[in-house]
Design a protein around this ligand. Structure first.
Ligand code: 5AD
Ligand code: SF4
Length: 438
């Protein structure tokens, strides 16, 4: 094995993919490969892909086109497609993209070194078996240094929302061991990380021999009381009171819950197989808000699901105004093969989908602006992440409630918690001045 060969991983899609790419780097590192910091120095290029919507796939196809040119100039380089698109398209991808050497699904990353070795000898490879048990519990992800780290705690999804391809690309739900997660978080704190985000498609279903997600959160919170702990994503169906009380009980568990509602219409929720009604969701939000004072909430919303009417859409916007989310991730419905909704007529015309999407975005912008204005004059605690995108003279970071804050540098260092007095705000960002740091 040539120890100087280097791997470059380009990641698309969700945070779970970012975490998986670190597992991939770790597996390759253990087999003697180095990490390439740029495409130019890569001997192996992996694209970790997303299949959640058609436009995600279109972007990745465009990128694979770039790699085709790159491979003409440098035929020795190996190109591998990893992740959800690999799982969804399998052999087809190999056939349509002739320059792709490897197609490897999310449960087959342990096999990468062997597949890459054979690819260097000219043999193409495909590995797309999904597993009921693979959770990479024993693999310590290879991270770049930083303030904030992703920690995958469970994989897969058993919910089968009718629009969603994830149960097909990532397979059945399975959890890592509580002890394994705690060990990883201990290691992260020793390496100087100040924040961890526990990840799963549906973290509320976490289960390790009777330990549920609330137990896991409590155990992680105790590792280091100054470490900020976040998690995502919660499904409204099984968000227990025990979990809500656990978040409230630990100072370092961030007061922020991402709770996708998808639609504000019971009829659409039923067609989506979301297994809750608007009323159930509303009561859950009330419990969260009462038991966790100052909690911040965000959501996911899909515009233009099959058969959605203007009234259904109006109900979604009314619910957004009622709940006043702190943030919303919004999407136009995109039909995905194999899902149940694929068989429902994609009845909402594209321009209507986009109009509704834009209306939803406008409603959220107005709410976010108003909420952010109400922060003016307050002092918030910000975990300093580093320079702001716009100016090296400014630092940026997030509040416990996940709001982005920008302020002039004033002797603090990344990783510290700065106390920032908020002076102005727009819909996306709070701006202020530090009055201390620790
Ligand atoms: N079309 C549009 N949005 C989708 N999502 C999942 N599948 C689709 C789809 N087919 C959205 C959901 C989910 C988020 C991660 O992506 O809102 O919560
Ligand atoms: Fe997809 Fe629903 Fe599972 Fe989320 S809970 S990954 S939307 S099937």
């Amino acid at each position: 094995m040539n120890a100087t060969r280097k791997v470059y991983v380009e990641t698309y899609g969700c945070q779970m993919n970012l975490a998986d790419s670190e597992v991939v780097q770790s597996v390759m590192h253990a087999a003697g490969y180095g990490r390439a910091d740029s495409l130019a120095e890569a001997d192996v290029i992996f694209v970790n892909t997303c299949a959640i919507r058609e436009n995600a796939e279109a972007r990745i196809y465009g990128r694979l086109g770039d790699f085709k040119h790159l491979k003409k100039e440098n035929p020795g380089v190996i190109v591998g497609v990893l992740g959800c698109m690999a799982e969804r398209l399998r052999m087809d991808l190999m056939e349509t993209e002739s320059h792709v050497d490897l197609v490897v699904g999310p449960d087959e990353y342990r096999r990468l070194p062997g597949l890459v070795d054979r690819a260097f000898e000219g043999e193409k490879g495909i590995a797309v078996r999904l597993s009921r048990v693979e959770n990479y519990d024993d693999i310590l992800p290879l991270r770049t240094e930083g303030i904030s780290a992703w920690v995958s705690v469970m994989r897969g999804c058993d919910k089968f929302c009718t629009f969603c391809v994830v149960p097909f690309t990532r397979g059945r739900e399975r959890s890592r061991s509580l002890a394994g997660v705690v060990r990883e978080v201990e290691d992260l704190t020793q390496k100087g990380f100040r924040e961890v985000t526990l990840l799963g498609q549906n973290v509320n279903s976490y289960n390790d021999g009777g330990h549920d997600f609330a137990d896991l959160l409590a155990a992680v919170a105790q590792v280091d009381r100054s470490l900020r702990v976040r998690f995502t994503t919660s499904h409204p169906q099984d968000m227990s009171d025990k979990l809500i009380d656990t978040i409230a009980a630990h100072e370092n568990l961030c007061k922020y819950v991402h709770l996708p509602v998808q639609s504000g219409s019971d009829r659409i929720l039923e067609l989506m197989n979301r297994t809750y009604t608007v009323d159930h969701y509303r009561k859950l939000v009330e419990r969260i808000m009462t038991r966790i004072p100052g909690v911040s909430l965000s959501t996911d919303i899909i515009a233009g699901f099959p058969s959605e009417t203007d009234d259904d859409h109006a109900a979604t916007m009314a619910l957004m105004r009622e709940i006043t989310y702190d943030g919303a991730f919004t999407f136009a419905y995109s039909p995905r093969e194999n899902t149940k909704a694929w068989d429902m007529p994609d009845s909402v015309p594209n321009e209507v989908k986009l109009r509704r999407l834009n209306e939803i975005i406008d409603v959220q912008r107005e709410i976010s602006f108003r909420k952010n204005q109400s922060e003016i004059g307050r002092v918030v605690e910000v975990l300093v992440e580093g320079e702001s995108k716009r100016s090296a003279a400014d630092y940026c970071g997030r509040t416990d409630t996940n709001k982005m804050v920008v302020f002039p540098r004033n002797g603090e260092a990344p990783g510290q918690v700065a106390r920032v007095a908020i002076r102005r705000a727009n819909a996306a960002t709070l701006f202020g001045e530090t009055i201390g740091a620790h």
